[in-house]
Design a protein around this ligand. Structure first.
Ligand code: GTP
Ligand code: MG
Length: 465
């Protein structure tokens, strides 16, 4: 493949330059961390670090912590701990030192400056992880999950990223790869030696290809769940005016985010609030109340936005006033939400004022009182159940977590499908398609990559990772 490079797991390849960056959060903290990686790491330490007890840098054992002082031409800058990890047993597989200093921005800046003056350059975002990848310590999936762990917006998202970092998805894709390689080899053999019992071996090859097809399809199904965990679910609160939608977003987010008044039509724009439900990150959207005849152009625009939000929602909470008989307006919304029934949860609010019987097409609601805070935890439980049930997969599975991975696997799957379709009629072409499917798989793990693709992935990382 032109322009593509082979990614071989193996020994550290030393880059000509040494890189460094503060790797702890910027600001006043009790400790700060600065990381150096590259062949000049120990040389830089020799110039700026005095280990206690006049120890030589060369005598410091790998993976040990050394106490001492950072100095600038003899003038003490700070007391620090230096953690040295010699190549290849380090994050990047190069020599790496992490200096733990006091956490003030002035100190960190000063030490970082000294490191730059003595032979390092500032690392770009994601550059340490990029070197870990290029040196074969981790594959691209694991590199992407490093970013996933850092940006995780919920406990479950972090767990999923950690599982993929541990190689769960990589192992699954490896199985798939082996299946395809064997199929292509056996198919080639069947073409080369037609006198052998072809129908029999073709049946076996077909079976393996079908399995590869099923496996990739299952992984793709899981992508949606992975996406929800990492990006968060969209929960839209809808209902007619004045039923307590804004009160509900406030109750669910324990805030006073939305304005609540007794005047119907108070909310005219969409209000968003981030929450966590059962460990899953969620965005709550409070919307303008839906009524058949909006009063004025602003309310009409608000209602259009509400409809747009309903279309894009993962879950809709339909709020109605349980203390009053359902009226024409409620029925109208039930009709509007008809196509979205599967993703709708009904919430009957204001039960502190009583509970009226429901029409047949409004079933099994959760009853709440936003005013008294009643039933809110029950509603949260129902939401969490909805999120983790059915198509939503557990975090123990191998999950695709980036659009890039899903794109490649989708291409892979369509090649496999085509290969299976023409297997008996045009076996040679089928082998070619299987090879194309394999190339797509190798893009996911980064076994094969393009420079631009790698740069794009790592540019999204934060500095110091
Ligand atoms: N008694 C009672 N009143 C409530 C309850 N929840 C909300 N209210 C009141 O109902 C009125 C409307 O509440 P909102 O939260 O503004 O209703 P909304 O659905 O956002 O209304 P719009 O933005 O106009 O569509 C306010 O006066 C609230 O105090 C409840 O559980 N019990
Ligand atoms: Mg409102």
């Amino acid at each position: 493949m032109t322009g593509a490079r082979e990614h071989s797991a193996g020994k550290a390849k030393y880059y000509p330059d040494t890189i460094a960056a503060p790797i702890s959060a910027w600001g006043h903290a009790s400790v700060g961390l600065i990381r150096i990686s590259g062949k000049s790491t120990t040389k830089i330490l020799e110039k700026i670090f005095n280990p206690a007890g006049h120890k030589k840098i060369n005598d410091i054992a790998s993976h040990s912590v050394t106490y001492g002082r950072i100095h600038d031409g003899g003038e003490v800058v700070d007391e620090v701990l230096v953690f040295l990890m010699r190549s290849p047993r380090s994050y990047t597989r190069e020599d790496v030192a992490e200096i733990s200093s006091h956490g003030g921005p002035v100190i960190i800046k000063k030490i970082f400056q000294l490191i730059l003056e003595h032979g390092s350059r500032a690392a770009e975002p994601g550059e340490f992880t990029k070197r870990a990848f290029l040196n074969g310590r981790i594959d691209l999936i694991q590199a992407e999950s490093v970013a996933g762990i850092i940006s995780a917006r919920g406990e479950r998202a972090a767990k999923i990223a950690a599982a993929q970092m541990g190689g769960k998805l990589s192992r699954k894709l490896d199985e798939l790869r082996k299946l395809l390689i064997t199929s292509a080899a056996e198919l080639n053999a069947a073409i080369d030696f037609p006198e052998d019992d072809i129908p029999l071996s073709l049946a076996k090859i077909k079976k393996n290809i079908s399995r590869a097809e099923e496996d990739s399809a299952r992984l793709l199904d899981g992508y949606e769940a992975g996406r929800l965990f990492s990006e968060g679910v969209k929960i839209v609160i809808a209902g007619k005016p004045n039923v307590g939608k804004s009160s509900l977003i406030n109750a669910l987010s324990s805030s006073e985010r939305a304005i609540v008044t007794a005047i119907p039509g108070t909310t005219r724009d969409i209000i968003r609030e981030s929450v966590e439900i059962g460990g899953i990150p969620a965005e709550l959207y409070d919307t303008a109340g839906l009524r058949k005849k909006p009063r004025g152009v602003i309310e009409k625009m608000g209602m259009d936005k509400t409809m747009d939000a309903i279309n894009k929602a993962d879950i809709i909470i339909f709020v109605f006033d349980a203390s009053k008989k359902a009226d024409e307006q409620d029925m109208n919304i039930v009709r509007i939400l008809g196509p979205f029934r599967k993703k709708t949860i009904m919430a009957g609010n204001k039960i502190d004022l009583g509970k009226k019987a429901l029409p047949k097409n409004m079933f099994s609601p959760v009853y709440i009182s936003c005013l008294k805070g009643e039933g809110i935890s029950g509603l949260k439980k129902r939401l969490a159940r909805h999120l983790v049930s059915g198509s939503f997969i557990s975090e123990d599975d191998a999950l695709l977590t980036s659009a890039r991975q899903a794109d490649c696997l989708e291409n892979c799957l369509s090649q496999i499908k085509e290969a299976r379709g023409i297997l008996s009629r045009r076996p040679a072409e089928s082998v070619w398609l299987i090879e194309k499917a394999l190339a797509e798989l190798d893009k996911i793990s980064g076994r094969e990559f393009r420079e631009e693709m790698i740069n794009e992935i790592f540019s999204k990382f934060c500095i110091g990772k």
